[in-house]
Design a protein around this ligand. Structure first.
Ligand SMILES: Cc1cc2nc3c(=O)[nH]c(=O)nc-3n(C[C@H](O)[C@H](O)[C@H](O)COP(=O)(O)O)c2cc1C
Length: 388
């Protein structure tokens, strides 16, 4: 029996338990994967200042994100196909997050539907919107999120066109998996996943199948989604979507100070500094490297969250001390879910909180609000010296 002490332990179990196609889907970046790799390694360039003889009692990791109280400044990022990593994956991950006291974000491209998650959790969650060419579908999707009492709309801006991940093409990624000699051979070694999946509420895209004319089953779905991402999305369209929603809005996928300023202009409540976990523009800088410039541009004007590359409580602390108002995690919770279902997501969150709390103490801090750049040693050229 493995003693699970960190996120990497969960990843190892996840790799054993989940079909290769879905492991590869999560554990890949686009093209050369340079940005995917940098997202995690760049955190290591930042060091921490150890302080001693500070009263460390009564510490708390509690914070607020868009006015919501959170047990720690971490939300679950929207992750497509989460319900293929584990049966009823979105329902389970949402329950774990909300019970723990952190926000859960449901992806448009989820397996469980908005309604499934709302019924299972009975607590407000965030809904992530991909804008599709079918405007009527988008309008109804926003209405469904309102009916489910979602507490924020996360509009993803960095996927108007899909970055290429070589492995997904080679594996013939689909939900549910197509049965080929290769997938059958692999599935035969993942019997626990298969048995649980037989009992799952859904095995294809729950927010789409049955809600789009002409799409009643998975066979027509691949072609529809590939064509549907809206290449014409611009700031004017974003403003209209925000108006349709009428509630809290988080704009996700911002990696440039100029775009961050536009988000402020539009009146968004928060932005997520993100490169989609290295899955879109390969060659872009890591989120953590872009964070200082974005904070300098809009820091006091809007809440600035960060995702892409967080694998430990120390990473969260570094982003918060640099000045972020919150963080989000994608793969770190997926590893837990694939390894052990709902319990695995709880374990991932517990690991992150414990690491953050201990690090906070050793840095001589007792609260998230007390964290600042004084806790960090940031290399002088951390943001890079680039020609104009
Ligand atoms: C398997 C996978 C699927 C994803 N699907 C979505 C999605 O449907 N919508 C979205 O906005 N972002 C999606 N993302 C990006 C995440 O929301 C998040 O930005 C990213 O995972 C953060 O990086 P990290 O995994 O290193 O924490 C996905 C990421 C992964 C790994």
């Amino acid at each position: 029996m493995t003693v699970i002490t960190n996120i990497q332990d969960l990843k190892r179990i996840y790799e054993r338990r989940v079909p290769r196609m879905f492991y590869d889907y999560a554990e890949s970046g686009s093209w050369t994967e340079q940005t995917f790799r940098d997202n995690t390694t760049d955190f290591q360039d930042i060091r921490l200042r150890q302080r001693v003889a500070v009263d460390m009692s009564g510490r708390s990791t509690a914070a607020e994100m868009i006015g919501q109280k959170v047990a720690m400044p971490v939300a679950l990022s929207p992750v497509g196909l989460t319900g293929m990593q584990h049966a009823d994956g979105e329902m389970k991950a949402a329950k774990a997050a909300l019970d723990f006291g952190v926000p859960f974000t449901l992806s448009t491209m989820s397996i469980n539907s908005i309604e499934d998650v709302a019924e299972y959790t009975r607590a407000p969650f965030w809904f992530q919107l991909y804008t599709m060419k079918d405007e009527d579908y988008v309008r109804r999707l926003i209405q469904r999120a309102k009916d489910a009492k979602c507490s924020a709309l996360v509009i993803t801006l960095d996927l108007q066109i899909l970055g290429q991940r070589h492995k997904d093409l080679k594996n013939g990624l689909s939900a549910p998996p197509k049965l080929t000699p290769k997938t059958i051979a692999n599935l035969a070694t993942k019997w626990r996943w298969g048995i649980e999946m037989l009992g799952a509420k859904r095995r294809n895209f729950g927010n789409i199948v049955g809600h789009v004319q002409g799409i009643s089953d998975a066979s027509q779905l691949g072609a529809w989604t590939a064509e549907q991402f809206d290449p014409t999305l611009d700031w004017g369209k974003i403003a209209k979507l925000m108006e349709q929603w009428g509630g809290k809005v988080i704009l996700k996928g911002i990696l440039d100070p100029e775009d961050a300023k536009m988000a402020v202009k539009l009146g968004a409540d928060a932005i997520v500094v993100s490169n989609h976990g290295g899955r879109q523009l390969d060659g872009a800088l890591s989120s953590i490297r872009m964070l200082p410039a974005i904070l300098d541009a809009v820091g006091g004007d809007i809440e600035v969250f960060l995702d892409s590359g967080i694998r430990s409580g120390q990473d969260i602390l570094k982003a918060m001390a640099m000045g972020a108002s919150g963080t989000m995690i994608g793969r770190a919770f997926v590893y837990g879910l694939g390894a052990m279902g709902q319990k695995g997501v709880t374990t991932a969150l517990e690991i992150l909180r414990k690491e953050m709390d201990t690090t906070m103490a050793l840095c001589g801090e007792r609260s998230i609000a007390g964290l600042g750049r004084h806790n960090l040693l940031i290399p002088e050229d951390f943001s890079g010296r680039w020609q104009d």
